[in-house]
Design a protein. Structure first.
Ligand code: NAI
Ligand code: ISE
Length: 338
């Protein structure tokens, strides 16, 4: 069977996903495309020779009998309306992060999904599909480093544009750590604190960069995440778990090491699209395969989308109250999502 997919939002990541479904993955076909930028969407259909129809209205795309599953890859504030509509229509939906921009909006999706009594939503937290994080989780789960005590993480982007604001360091960037780290540690967050180091001269005047977020978990693990989005030298993701019997590190991406002109060199990637390319392939292939086999979706759920949004809300409040430790009060996970 081929899953007939409609895409809402054909910007940077929407286009990447359209290309991977068309050229790299199996079992799925792009049959419908929507974007408020009609010219761009139509150009993508033409340039990639897609056998797909353009819909001026995203809701009409979702309701179309030609569409089995929906990819929501437009900008964050529009995610909720399209995900809710897809769930109401009992259609599978893959939504790029964030699931919605507020925790309350995420809960509305959670409630609608539970009403339908079926897991229909997968959220695009692709790091759970990254081979490095999967290997790191296995190391921790097997008890190789004993109980985790401390986790040091860094999320560095070479540069961001003028439109990138201080809260985006949480909502757009650290949101990946927020999701992947509690999954990695099989734990929940209970508090957050933000501190600001000396500001880099490479950031725009309105942006606080870098930032450090300190998070505590239910088990008492202390996590520090450095977010530095104008680090210049590369796209660099670090994760080091300190356990009672040893330390485990997120593997570096495989790049060729050279010895040349009295120097030992290893290139560093510059772009997030390259760094997690396989993880994006795996998450969407899993989405397609599970639909095709009639299996439960196995990626991040709408509950994970809620947990991330709630944690991010508290981290943004912590940004506005530097140094203050703020509690994270999560609702109890419903049985449906256990
Ligand atoms: P983008 O700005 O390149 O593209 C967004 C597209 O959505 C544009 O083509 C815009 O015209 C369209 N759009 C906006 N409102 C719309 C609406 N109401 N209906 C239909 N189309 C609409 O943004 P980008 O980088 O592609 O990001 C899209 C989403 O993907 C964001 O939520 C972002 O956080 C997420 N993302 C996830 C990444 C990951 O690593 N998982 C990486 C990059 C983005
Ligand atoms: C972007 O939206 C992403 O999701 C990337 O993974 C992240 O590194 C970047 O900071 C975000 O802007």
């Amino acid at each position: 069977m081929t899953v007939k997919i409609g895409v809402i939002g054909c910007g940077a990541i929407g286009l990447e996903h359209i290309k991977r479904i068309t050229n790299t993955l199996s079992g799925g076909k792009i049959v419908a495309v929507n974007d408020i930028n009609e010219n761009n969407a139509k150009k993508i259909i033409a340039d990639l020779h897609l056998d797909a129809k353009f819909y001026a209205d995203g809701h009409e795309l979702i309701r179309s009998a030609d569409v089995d599953a929906v990819l929501v890859t437009c900008w964050g504030p529009a995610h909720k309306e399209f995900v809710l509509e897809a769930v109401k229509q009992k259609k599978y939906v893959f939504c790029e992060k964030p699931l919605a921009t507020t925790a309350d909006d995420c809960l509305e999706i959670v409630e609608e999904e539970m009403k339908q009594k079926k897991h229909l939503v997968q959220v695009g937290f692709m790091r759970r599909f990254d081979e490095g994080y999967v290997a790191l989780k296995k190391t921790i789960d097997e008890g190789q480093i004993g109980a985790p005590l401390i986790l040091h993480a860094a999320h560095r982007n070479p540069a961001v544009d003028e439109k990138y604001t201080t809260d985006m360091a949480i909502n757009d960037t650290m949101i990946h750590e927020i999701d992947v780290l509690h999954w990695l540690l099989d734990d929940e967050y209970i508090s957050a604190q933000v501190i600001y180091p000396r500001k880099t001269g490479n950031a725009s005047s309105h942006l606080a960069d870098p930032q450090i977020v300190l998070v505590e978990t239910k088990k008492g693990i202390r996590i520090d995440v450095e977010i530095f989005v104008n680090c210049k030298y590369g796209y660099d993701i670090k994760c080091e778990v300190v356990g009672e019997d040893g330390i485990a590190y997120l593997p570096e991406p495989a790049t060729v090491q050279t010895r040349q002109k009295a120097a030992l060199n290893r290139p560093i990637l510059m772009d997030w699209k390259q760094r997690f390319i396989k993880a994006y392939d795996y998450e969407i292939q899993a989405f397609i395969n599970n639909i095709n086999k009639g299996q439960k979706l196995d990626g991040p759920t709408s509950w994970d989308g809620y947990a991330a949004a709630l944690t991010a809300d508290v981290c943004v409040q912590a940004q506005q109250n530097p140094g203050k430790i703020l509690p994270i009060k999560m609702k109890d996970r419903p049985d449906f999502y256990k």
